[in-house]
Design a protein around this ligand. Structure first.
Ligand SMILES: NC(=O)c1ccc[n+]([C@@H]2O[C@H](COP(=O)([O-])OP(=O)(O)OC[C@H]3O[C@@H](n4cnc5c(N)ncnc54)[C@H](OP(=O)(O)O)[C@@H]3O)[C@@H](O)[C@H]2O)c1
Length: 330
């Protein structure tokens, strides 16, 4: 059926400025790591992307290797762009990344200029785009000089293939170094994409401070800890869930009795706040004004509708924060 975008899509979403840039991002962004690949069902992921756009989500996050198979999420997103969103490209912030293994041989991985330039060309072809809005280096490369990787990002912006650049999975120290190089090159870093949730809090120990000092936005990934911070695993591992899938990155072994106990306690607190656990987990990430947007995943449109309601209450009392810290303590 022909897609007609919801005319009221910008009325309820919150938009936050990304660091010290000119860009604002929707407070919730959609990631296409799982559930949008060649192994997935188009009518389902098409409904998720339509709902996202209809709800005011402007930012869609991809990477060269998302699938499986690698590359298929970009191909599928390209089809949706053509079928549903051709008239809306200028309302979207689309990102891609390179940094993990994408093709065989020494030029299909890590952080050389050769890899980054070739990879973005491939991503643009798969998505049918002239440019991406944000291009990331996906993970730090211990062997390639930082100057080379950053000059590759700068080159891609100068070539018009990316409008902005970002870093992902970089430590606070490496982010500060990379940001300095990028500023000198005249292509400041727009955004950093780290793993952050109630279960993974390393960015509180320095990275967030660096981002604030450097004027860089922050888009935490896996804010629901891949689904652990929802009520779905409270009664076991349901069929079709990420932990039940062979290609899912969440492994059953990660759902230990200790983790389950924390989820149960957090769920109780969420219910007392009149939120689902997913909503509370996202609100908890968004409570910090240094966070630009939460980068969520969804395997069904209903999950996205549920998660979006986190925006109704992102305030926490100091008592609630204390209780959460107590629950999360090892
Ligand atoms: N830069 C990096 O290195 C990196 C790494 C990982 C991810 N990312 C980015 O971050 C995005 C999000 O990562 P993620 O998918 O791990 O995020 P997430 O939001 O922590 O987990 C998403 C999963 O949680 C479950 N879920 C979502 N909403 C739910 C709800 N309301 N109720 C119950 N379950 C719910 C679904 O699992 P089921 O499938 O089990 O239903 C869904 O697939 C990725 O798509 C990607 O764009 C980046």
């Amino acid at each position: 059926m022909t897609y007609l975008a919801n005319p009221a899509r910008y009325e309820t979403m919150e938009y936050r400025r990304c660091g010290k840039s000119g860009i604002k991002l929707s407070a919730v962004s959609l990631g296409l790591w799982h559930n949008f690949g060649g192994v997935d069902v188009m009518e389902n992921y098409r409904a998720i992307v339509r709902l996202a756009f209809d709800s005011g989500i402007t930012h869609f996050d991809l990477a060269n290797n998302y699938g499986p198979p690698p590359g298929s999420a970009e191909e599928n997103f390209g089809i949706l762009l053509k079928k549903d969103f051709a008239a809306h490209r200028d309302e979207m912030i689309i990102s891609s990344k390179a940094g993990y293994t994408m093709w065989q041989g020494p030029y299909g991985d890590w952080g050389s200029k050769k890899y980054l330039v070739a990879s973005l060309d491939q991503s643009l072809k798969r998505m049918g785009l002239d440019y991406v809005d944000i291009f990331y280096h996906h993970r730090p490369d211990p062997e390639t000089p930082l100057e080379e990787t950053m000059s590759a990002l700068d080159l891609l912006v100068r070539q018009g293939k990316a409008l902005y650049v970002g870093l992902s999975n970089y430590s606070a120290e490496d982010t500060a170094k990379a940001s300095k190089i990028l500023k000198e090159l005249g292509t400041p870093c727009l955004i950093h994409q780290p793993k952050y949730s109630m279960f993974v809090r390393w960015i509180e120990d320095g990275l967030l401070d660096v981002l604030e000092q450097e004027g860089i936005g922050c888009i935490p990934f896996s804010p629901l800890a891949q689904g652990l911070l929802t009520n779905k695993y409270l009664g076991g591992v349901p069929d079709g869930s990420r932990a039940s899938k062979a290609h899912g990155f969440l492994k059953k072994e990660m759902i230990t009795p200790e983790v389950l106990l924390k989820i149960q306690q957090l769920n109780k607190l969420a219910l007392a706040r009149e939120q689902t656990l997913a909503q509370m987990a996202l609100a908890w990430v968004l409570k910090d004004k240094r966070i630009t947007t939460v980068l969520i995943g969804a395997s069904r449109p209903e999950q996205l509708s549920d998660s979006l309601l986190c925006l109704k209450n992102t305030a926490f009392s100091s008592e609630e924060l204390g209780t959460i810290n107590e629950i999360l303590r090892d």
